[in-house]
Design a protein around this ligand. Structure first.
Ligand code: M6R
Length: 612
């Protein structure tokens, strides 16, 4: 969370920084700011509450806009607030009380309270409520004895937490210094210019090269030189990043939002991801010997990726006979999961940057596990943590709500389960062939699901869009879909909703139901469809109104119990989450839109969650 950029070079850089921040805005949009070192070596800082559009307006009205436009060194930030409310005072860049340094930081300084108390006791005056401001004061104080890079390296030793930050100082106007610990920071090289950024996507297309920093390395950038030192102050060898590996930028087309465009794009995203099917992209590089011999696999993930992991468990258990555990990364990493050398741990993260998923994989690797990653972003942090990587090819997902990345994650997990089933001898040839055909049909199935859902979902949104609460129910393979539907409704339509295993409903949540409460049932084909039918009847008997997602040709009794029925095309039952999730994505979007909300940038959220 939070996006940071920095530039040093021959060109005026304010526009370059703003462009980079726009491309990183998915990391946070509470406030934004830049600090530019003007030709007379003064630092000009401009900050605004809101997104980059608000920052642009503020810059245009700024009394020193001419000086701002000519600066050739600068840093920028787009914020997702952690410590300190959303305000201009808390917006980055932050500075020390003598204005000696300007810093932008992504992440959290965990010992900020004790550092702040110590600095105040030494006479420092703080101007913000942020944790990050302590870094500005520490570096500024170290500048009394050292140059900027050494001042950063010394300060780093006193900081606890996970962060990446970039520092500029009017005392060294042709230099930028950046460092990171567990949050990403990359260096970009151009002709006579150098960049720092939270991700490659924040840097311009016309780079000649890029490098990734490792934990506690300190990079000093000048227009035509980069020097990287490790935590001991020795020259470090950084990893080169492949520039060709960037993913395509998204386009809105004729859609009213990126979220809707991305829902519509799911068939294409599936087709690209399954292009190399039946084996699927990345499958060839997997450690097949370990996978075949493994007794268990642990999947760790957050949010929507966790829901994909729940579907993956069913697929891998059924098709590959593998014992699978799935856990929320932020919980699993602090348990005692008894990981042993040789165990397999798979992290699923579309962004490849989620702090807790990366932290969990590091814990697994430290215990000797074989670490695998499934991500949508080549070159992202998770690809550097894992020994083998599975790549979805959903293209850039701009909407904060995950849509096309979810269906591609499920499809790739299915391709993995099928391939593993073949390798482990748990899938007979004929069944493997049938499932290969089903995988190939998924893009068409997803397309048909969208076409069939549009009208009934529009009716349902009209009818229930003002309801104060929704309950989502599912069983077996329908449960992760119900969880995902409730998450979408919460995050983009702000409607309180809960998702429950339908068989568990009578153990508590049924008390929530009253006359007219909307209940969304994921009732596609599954081994427990008959049981689910009874649960739907129980809901109806309490006066709830039922929106059922059912499989065409197998809607049966569900159709009689439903107030609104959405039919999705048939596929293998374990692949049904792909068509079944589409109506739920459309429902959340339709209600968000009817309420006049911005589905692409829901309040309080960010696309990339780099804080724990
Ligand atoms: O990048 P990741 O897949 O690791 O992100 C995990 C969650 O933050 C993410 O799925 C989040 O829940 C989405 N906003 C859901 O739509």
């Amino acid at each position: 969370m939070c996006g940071i950029v920095g530039y040093v070079g021959q060109r005026p850089c304010s526009e370059l920084l703003l462009g980079g921040l726009e491309r990183l805005e998915h990391r946070g949009y509470d406030s934004a700011g830049v600090a530019l070192l003007a030709a007379d070596s003064t630092a000009l800082r401009v900050r605004a509450v809101g997104g980059i559009a608000q920052l642009r307006e503020t810059l245009q009205r700024h009394p020193q806009r001419a000086a701002l436009r000519t600066a050739r060194t600068g840093i920028g930030h787009t914020r997702w607030a952690t410590h300190g409310r959303v305000s201009e005072d808390n917006a980055h860049p932050l500075t020390d009380d003598r204005g000696r340094v300007q810093i932008v930081l992504n992440g959290i300084v965990e010992n900020h309270a004790e550092l702040r108390a110590r600095l105040i006791a030494e006479g420092a005056a703080f101007a913000s409520e942020t944790d990050a401001e302590v870094v500005a004061h520490l570096v500024a104080r170290a500048l009394d004895h050292d140059g900027l890079a050494e001042a950063v390296r010394r300060s780093l030793a006193t900081l606890r937490g996970h962060f990446a930050f970039v520092v500029a100082s009017p005392e060294q106007p042709d230099t930028l210094v950046g460092t990171r610990r567990a949050c990403p920071l990359v260096i970009g090289h151009g002709e006579g210019e150098r960049y720092l950024g939270s991700a490659l996507v924040g840097l311009p297309d016309a780079l000649t090269g890029a490098q990734a920093l490792d934990d506690d390395e300190v990079a000093t950038l000048e227009a035509d030189a980069v020097r990287v030192l490790d935590r001991g102050g020795r020259p470090a060898r950084t990893r080169r990043l492949a520039l060709g590996a960037r993913i395509e930028q998204a386009t809105l087309g004729t859609h009213e939002s990126f979220t809707l465009a991305e829902i519509a794009e799911q068939p294409r995203a599936l087709r690209r991801t399954l292009r190399a099917a039946p084996s699927g992209p990345g499958l060839d590089e997997l450690p097949w010997v370990q996978l075949c011999a493994a007794r268990r696999l642990t999947i760790v993930a957050c949010g929507t990726s966790y829901h994909a992991g729940l579907v993956g468990r069913l697929l891998l258990e059924r098709w590959a006979g593998l014992r699978v555990e799935v856990d929320i990364a932020s919980e699993w990493r602090y348990r005692d999961p008894a990981i042993a050398p040789g165990d397999l741990v798979l992290g699923i993260t579309q962004s490849g940057e989620t702090a807790d998923t990366i932290g969990a994989l590091r814990t697994a690797r430290a215990s000797g596990a074989n670490v695998l990653a499934l991500t949508n972003v080549p070159g992202s942090q998770v690809t550097r943590e894992a020994s083998a990587v599975l790549l979805t090819d959903a293209g850039a997902e701009v909407g904060v709500a995950a849509t096309k990345t979810f269906v591609t994650q499920v499809a790739l997990l299915a391709a993995l389960a099928r391939q593993l089933g073949i390798a482990r001898g748990t899938l007979p040839d004929a069944e493997a062939e049938r499932l290969g055909d089903e995988l190939q049909r998924l893009p068409a199935v997803a397309e048909a699901a969208r076409a069939a859902a549009e009208q009934p979902i529009a009716r349902a949104a009209e009818r229930w869009g003002r309801a104060p609460f929704f309950l989502f129910l599912g069983r077996h393979v329908g449960l992760p879909v119900a969880l995902e539907g409730a998450l979408k409704l919460k995050e983009i339509a702000y409607i309180p909703s809960d998702a429950y295993a339908a068989g568990e409903m009578k153990h508590g949540p049924i008390a929530l139901l009253g006359e007219g409460t909307p209940v969304v049932c994921v009732a596609t084909q599954s081994p427990v469809l008959d049981k689910l039918r009874s649960n739907v009847a129980e809901v109806r008997a309490r006066g709830a109104h039922v929106l059922a997602i059912a499989t065409e040709g197998a809607a049966g009794v569900i159709a009689d119990e439903a107030d609104e029925l959405v039919l999705v095309p048939p596929t293998d039952p374990l692949l049904s989450p792909i068509p079944a999730v589409v109506p739920l994505q459309l429902l959340a979007h339709a209600i968000s839109s009817a309420r006049g909300l911005d589905p692409d940038r829901p309040r309080n959220l960010a696309k990339t969650v780099t804080v724990e």
